[in-house]
Design a protein around this ligand. Structure first.
Ligand code: SF4
Ligand code: SF4
Length: 355
C-alpha cells in the first residue's frame, strides 16, 4: 500500500467526499456569512476548504465538544412500591472515526496536553478517550503564519507533526499527503489519490526543509517557570500587564490547550441530562465558592493563573511540556490586545513593564 498520494488541487473535494462516505470529516471553512471568521466544520460538497490561513477557532470542539451529554437519566416509580423511585442511567459515550483535514501543527499539538490531562491518569475520561482514539489529524506543513504566531517560541514549529497522523504538503497544483503511522494508511487508500511523481516528492521535501528552517516567533518561552514564580507576588507587574483585561474569556475559548469545563444537570419532569460545557478560568464565577469566597477575585489574579498554568504549573507536572502551542489565537482575538508573549517574556527579572 502506498504511504503517500498526490491529490490534484481541483480533485480535493472529490477525495474528501470519498472519505466522508466512510468517516466523519472536518475541514477548515469560513464561518457562515461571516467572511472574517473561520472554523472547523463537517465537510459538505459545497464547501471550499480554507487551507491558506489558520482558523479563528481551533478544532478543539471536534474531540472535546463545547457542550456534550455525559449521561441521561430517568426517574421511574416502582410499580410494586410507589413510595420508591428508581433511576435509570444511560452513559454511552460516542467515538466514531473522524478525520480533521487541514489542521495546523499547533492545532494537533494542542491535544497532546489534553491527552495528559484526560487519559494519562490518575483518572481516564472515557468520553474524551473514545473520541480521541477515533480521531485522525491530517496536518498541513504550515506555510502561512502571521505576526501573532509563535510556535517556535514554545518548542514547536511549522513542520512539527507531533500528534498528527498524516502530513499534507501543499504544492503548486495540489497536495502531497503522507501517512505518518500505520493507522493512517487506510485513509490514504480511501482518498484514491495519484501516485506522486519523483518531481512532486522532491518539491514536497524541499518545501518541508525550507519550512523547518523557519523560526516562527522571536522569543524563547520554554523556560519561564522560574520567572513566573519570581513574579507571582509582584502585583504591580500583573496589574501593569493586564489591567485592561475585560474577563471576557475569549482567550480561553479560542485556545487549543484550554480545557476548563463545568458540569450541570438539566431536568425536565422526571428526565434529565448531565452536561459538560466549556468554562473559563477568566470568569469570576469559575472559582466562586458556595461560601461566597473567591480565591481569584480580580482580573489580574485570573490572568496570572492562566499564565502560570500554561508556563509554570503544566511544565512542572508534565516533564517540561508547555501548556501553550503558540498558535497566537488569544492574541488575535483579545478585544483589548493583551499579548501573552509579552506577559511571559517580561516575567524575567528587571524586564521593562512599561505599557
Ligand atoms: S495561550 Fe494563546 S497562543 Fe497559547 S495555545 Fe492558547 S490561544 Fe494559542
Ligand atoms: S481575551 Fe483579553 S480581555 Fe478577554 S479575558 Fe482574555 S485577556 Fe482578558
Amino acid at each position: 500500500m502506498s504511504k503517500q498520494v498526490f491529490i490534484p488541487r481541483d480533485s480535493l473535494n472529490q477525495a474528501l467526499e470519498r472519505l466522508s462516505s466512510k468517516m466523519n470529516v472536518w475541514v477548515p471553512a469560513a464561518s457562515g456569512s461571516n467572511k472574517c471568521g473561520s472554523e472547523f466544520v463537517p465537510y459538505r460538497p459545497d464547501l471550499i476548504p480554507l487551507l491558506n490561513r489558520q482558523t479563528t477557532t481551533p478544532p478543539k470542539a471536534v474531540v472535546f465538544p463545547q457542550v456534550e451529554t455525559l449521561l441521561s437519566y430517568e426517574y421511574t416509580k416502582d410499580p410494586d412500591n410507589p413510595s420508591r423511585v428508581k433511576i435509570q442511567l444511560d452513559d454511552t459515550s460516542a467515538g466514531s472515526p473522524t478525520l480533521i483535514f487541514g489542521a495546523r501543527p499547533c492545532d494537533a499539538r494542542g491535544f497532546l496536553l489534553f491527552d495528559q490531562v484526560f487519559t494519562r491518569g490518575p483518572f481516564t475520561d472515557k468520553y474524551y478517550r473514545d473520541r480521541r482514539e477515533n480521531s485522525y489529524f491530517a496536518t498541513l506543513v504550515c506555510l502561512e503564519w502571521d505576526s501573532a504566531c509563535f510556535c517556535s517560541s514554545v518548542g514547536s514549529g511549522p513542520t512539527d507533526m507531533e500528534g498528527s497522523d498524516l502530513r499534507v504538503t501543499p504544492l503548486k497544483d495540489g497536495y502531497l499527503v503522507e501517512a505518518l503511522n500505520e493507522r493512517a494508511e487506510p485513509i490514504l487508500s480511501l482518498m484514491e489519490g495519484d501516485v506522486p511523481t519523483d518531481a512532486q516528492q522532491q518539491d514536497a521535501r524541499k518545501l518541508q526543509e525550507e519550512a523547518s528552517r523557519q523560526r516562527v516567533g522571536n522569543v524563547d518561552l520554554t523556560r519561564s517557570a522560574t520567572d513566573f514564580k519570581g513574579r507571582f507576588e509582584d502585583k504591580a507587574y500583573w496589574r501593569a500587564m493586564v489591567s485592561q483585561c475585560l474577563s471576557c474569556g475569549v482567550c480561553t475559548f479560542v485556545c487549543p490547550t484550554c480545557y476548563c469545563f463545568s458540569i450541570t444537570d438539566e431536568m425536565q419532569g422526571l428526565k434529565g441530562e448531565r452536561l459538560r460545557s466549556w468554562d473559563s478560568c477568566m470568569f469570576f464565577q469559575y472559582t466562586l465558592e458556595a461560601s461566597g469566597h473567591n480565591p481569584r477575585p480580580t482580573r489580574f489574579e485570573r490572568y496570572r493563573n492562566r499564565v502560570g498554568h500554561k508556563f509554570s504549573f503544566i511544565p512542572e507536572k508534565y516533564n517540561g511540556m508547555i501548556g501553550c502551542c503558540g498558535c497566537g489565537r488569544c492574541i488575535r482575538s483579545c478585544p483589548v490586545s493583551i499579548d501573552i508573549r509579552r506577559v511571559v517574556e517580561n516575567l524575567k527579572e528587571n524586564a521593562c513593564v512599561c505599557a
